[in-house]
Design a protein around this ligand. Structure first.
Ligand code: 5GP
Length: 299
């Protein structure tokens, strides 16, 4: 006779596959928080909205040790101070525990606080391969009233790129001259390879005419703009997950393995800089992300 209490073999296999998949998803989420692709507050919000999701099933202990600079000793002191048992899962926190955890997170990882008086100069930056160029191009296509700045670069044009439209392609001597004459608002060597810089005059002219100007530049450039024009609005584009960023970089197929590894290392440090920005936009869908950037720019 078949024992009805023992699930059939197929069910057990399916259940164990699901358990493995759920564990993998929880690990990916922990990685996303550790790499700062998503904020701890976002992960907590997802867990509370869907207690049965991988986020909801994450143990509070795993959540806390995924946060930057929190080891096991610190974790246990935090849990004691917040009055949360170490066996709790994120999705199973009581109301008082949620509130105290949220308050603690907001103290330790302050949400971005955009300044009030902002100019019409918008900087779009973010880690390598996140899709800044695609989002900026989409903004230009749908919002011709926003001026997309054309940078100067020492790299050679790629097939299809037009001088004066995608970049001003210049040689090293001409780039040096742009710097020497003070013609650039900012400039940087990107990925240890070529130099890129933002011409100042067209931006000043457009801003004087009351237009909105969008710069799509790297993090070093964004920091220089912040220093030169503190009222600029800095928008940080993030990938929906770390795995997605890696697959976008690999999928692009334009870099070899060594170069990809180097860029991912750069991406990790770039992601850690997002607190310096005014807004964060997730590039989960190009059209949606571009619409959000445009509304921040025009808002
Ligand atoms: P690509 O060569 O693929 O067009 O661009 C490489 C990187 O250079 C991108 O991360 C892009 O954001 C950055 N970049 C493009 N123009 C500028 C610029 O004018 N200044 C700085 N700092 N970075 C730029």
């Amino acid at each position: 006779m078949i024992d009805s209490r023992t699930p059939p073999e197929v069910d057990r296999v399916a259940a164990s596959r699901r358990a493995v998949a759920a564990r993998r998803e929880r690990a990916a989420l922990k990685h996303d928080v550790a790499m700062r692709v998503i904020t701890p507050q976002e992960l907590l919000a997802r867990a509370l909205a869907e207690p049965d999701s991988p986020a909801g099933a994450m143990r509070i202990t795993d959540f806390l040790t995924a946060l930057p600079a929190i080891g096991e000793g610190k974790r246990d002191r935090i849990l004691a101070a917040l009055g949360i048992s170490p066996v709790k899962k994120l999705g199973g926190l009581g109301v008082r525990q949620r509130v105290s955890l949220q308050g603690w997170l907001d103290d330790r990882f302050p949400p971005l606080a955009p300044r009030a008086d902002r100019s019409r100069l918008i900087v779009l930056a973010g880690p390598t391969a996140v899709g800044k160029g695609t989002v900026a191009a989409r903004v230009r296509e749908h919002h011709p009233e926003i001026m997309l700045s054309v940078s100067a670069t020492t790299r050679a044009p790629r097939p299809g790129e037009v001088d004066g439209e995608h970049y001003f392609f210049v040689d090293d001597a001409a780039f040096d001259e742009l710097i020497r004459s003070g013609a650039l608002l900012e400039h940087a060597t990107v990925h240890n390879a070529f130099r890129y810089g933002t011409p100042k005059a067209p931006i000043e002219k457009a801003l004087a005419e009351g237009r909105t100007v969008l710069l799509e530049i790297d993090l070093q450039g964004a920091r220089q703009v912040r220093a030169a024009a503190p009222d600029a609005t800095l928008v940080f584009l993030t990938p929906p997950s770390w795995d997605e960023l890696v697959s976008r970089l690999v999928g692009r197929g334009t870099e070899d393995a060594e170069e990809r590894a180097r860029r991912l290392k750069t991406a990790k440090t770039e992601l850690a800089a997002q607190q310096e920005f005014d807004y964060r936009v997730v590039n989960d869908d190009v059209a949606r992300a571009a619409a959000e950037v445009a509304s921040l720019a025009l808002g």
